[in-house]
Design a protein around this ligand. Sequence first.
Ligand code: GDP
Length: 297
Amino acid sequence: MAFENLTQRLSKTLKNLTGQGKIREEDLQASLREIRLALLEADVSYSTVKKFIDQIRQKAKGQEILEGLNGAQQVIKIVNDELTALMGDEAVPLNKSEKIPTIIMMAGLQGAGKTTTIAKLAYKLKRENNARPLLIAADVYRPAAIDQLEILGRDLDVPVFSQGTDVDPREIVKAGLAQAKENKNDYVLIDTAGRLQIDAELMAELKDIETIAQPDEVLLTVDAMTGQNATETAQGFANELNLTGVVLTKLDGDTRGGAALSIRDVTGKPIKFVGQGEKPTDLDVFYPDRMASRILG
Ligand code: GDP
């Protein structure tokens, strides 16, 4: 699909505005329609788009066009600033506990990238904080998940606590935390089970693990490629868990990443990191301004 650059589109709809001095509501209609389309194409959810467009209309109408800008540039500036503000303005770092260990629990649907993200976080913590993390393999429903975590741990030289697939994940978490205490690990990263979709049993298990582990950070991994569903998924998890942040994975794919905007909108939680590939090094801090540019295209 040829995605026409929003700047070009708006330049067309707002060309009459040049030299007029003020942005008038009637001039805005066509531009707002283009912005609406662009956001929907970028996978921003319908309700977030509607809210956002109303905000832009309020902000833009009657504004004096700044010197050096034409109408299109001015509207794009407003859209860009608002998008950035909605996504939180600043990057938000990982929470850190006063005393060791800092406990990070991962949640998300199967295939969203939990296990991969744990390896990425462990690598990052090791490299940047000289940390000694312990990984806990509590996804007992997908046998390959434990092997996958163990292989990743071995590659990164990070210990993995596992008890196979026959032990209740709640017990695994308790035992893993005890081991972390004994070994004085400064970070614990808990891999949990996912499902193809949210179900009551999964949520009950995750809530129990949350209660047992009292995590400093509950990170939801969401696959950015799932488009409009990404927002629904995030809402579903946010309703049940005390999420502290979101990791948006697979942004190396061809999505424009609009899910970032609606996930932030519906959950109110910051997106802390983005996954940009399958390797442990492919994790980046989330910068709202960069994401705004990506969404606008
Ligand atoms: P889990 O079921 O949530 O633990 O998901 P996994 O960590 O096993 O990831 C599912 C698949 O997505 C694997 O093939 C990963 O390599 C892949 N994956 C995870 N994160 C990313 C990412 O940021 N980019 C890409 N391209 N692939 C990813």
